[in-house]
Design a protein around this ligand. Structure first.
Ligand code: PRP
Ligand code: MN
Ligand code: MG
Length: 178
């Protein structure tokens, strides 16, 4: 693995501090409310685990698995639901939890989909955001880090399903995917 990693972009302690900071804001914003955290499988598992444990407001956790249509590039914007929520979100305070917003297309689709189920409120918390995401008009209330357009791995983020378990965010050496 060592030689596949180019550099550490965000070390573990900075990630953890940021998650705690976001949790503090969420605690304040949702005081007196129950929150339904909706994690987007699989990338969001690490953020979900850390964020949920850092929160003090009462939370429930549910999960969605989504996939882009077609064999070609991901994030075509047309999304297929592989696993839907188990929970009815009508009148619930829903907070979508994501590891990264890249093109923003997955989240754009997911927002529309969940909005149509009439939650009491719907917000997004993402650990990372790439510059392209700003092209899609979605409001992300809680963002950990704005990062450059590099291939990042770790903290839930994979390259070909690997490296999700790294406790930090790193960049993948170009020779691995070229
Ligand atoms: C990644 C990431 C986000 C999405 C962001 O998921 O975890 O969910 O892509 O891309 P976008 O903003 O361009 O739509 P992926 O589809 O790789 O599935 P995974 O979470 O199982 O890795
Ligand atoms: Mn994902
Ligand atoms: Mg992925």
């Amino acid at each position: 693995m060592g030689h596949d990693l180019e550099k550490v972009l965000i070390p573990e302690d900075e990630l953890q501090a940021k998650i705690k900071e976001l949790a503090g804001r969420i605690d304040a914003d949702y005081a007196g409310k129950d929150v339904l955290l909706v994690g987007v499988l699989k990338g969001a598992v690490m953020v979900m685990a850390d964020l949920a444990r850092a929160l003090h407001v009462p939370v429930q956790m549910d999960w969605m698995a989504v996939s882009s249509y077609g064999a070609g590039t991901k994030s075509s914007g047309v999304v297929r639901v592989l696993k839907d929520l188990d929970t009815d979100i009508l009148n619930r305070h829903v907070l979508i939890v994501e590891d990264i917003i890249d093109s923003g297309l997955t989240l754009h689709w997911l927002l529309e989909n969940l909005k149509s189920r009439n939650p009491a409120s719907l917000e997004i918390c993402a650990a990372l955001r790439k510059p392209d995401a700003v092209k899609v008009p979605i409001e992300v209330k809680y963002v950990g880090f704005d990062i450059p357009s590099e291939f990042v791995i770790g903290y839930g983020l994979d390259y070909a399903e690997r490296y999700r378990n790294l406790p930090f965010i790193g960049t993948l050496a170009p020779h691995v995917y070229k």
